[in-house]
Design a protein around this ligand. Sequence first.
Ligand SMILES: CSCCC(=O)C(=O)COP(=O)(O)O
Ligand SMILES: [Zn+2]
Length: 211
Amino acid sequence: MQQAFKTLQTAKGTLSQRGWFPATSGNMSVRIKCSSLENNQPIIAITSSGKDKSVHTSEDFLLVNLNGDLFYPTNLKPSAETLIHTSIYQLIPNCEAVFHVHTIYNNLISALYGDQGKVIFMKHEMLKAFNIWKEDASITIPIVENHANIPKLAEEIRRVIHPEVPGVLIKNHGIYVWGDSDFATKRHLEAFEFLFEYQINMFFLEKFNQT
Ligand SMILES: CSCCC(=O)C(=O)COP(=O)(O)O
Ligand SMILES: [Zn+2]
């Protein structure tokens, strides 16, 4: 448990320094290795709800099972989006960590391509960060509508995610990213954000050249 909280704290510090958790947005979780805590059922460590992620406190993380039931410490409130995390762990084999951030670039991409329900990136060296090494490499990231109702949003996400692509965009909200370790999840998130920033800059460059 202590190791999981430490892992989350380190990643939270790194990503918050980049401004990827504005206005208390975002949340993170990792799977707990020693799951003997409650009848061997899978357990995740997840961020508390509504915290300033740039500040470290003793109340930043807690433990829930894959039904989202809180069991340690019981005085804290888990992320409002816990159901999205637990859905991803349930559906994606080998998922060990899930990070969610709201950035300007992932919001712009979701707004630009949301109506198509997906955005495709092709022939970028950065696709190797997703272990795609083919000459004609591409990745298709699903985009779902945002819903204030989290069970409805989680259901939308469950409908589109699959093991080949470790992320899903939520329109005008943010991105959920996962991997088979916290290291892989961070690498996937950085690669997605790189591609989004590239695409938005390319979009405006092309517009500028047309004028
Ligand atoms: C301004 S943040 C709105 C809620 C949200 O989308 C989010 O990612 C943070 O929710 P949490 O309960 O995990 O703090
Ligand atoms: Zn969010």
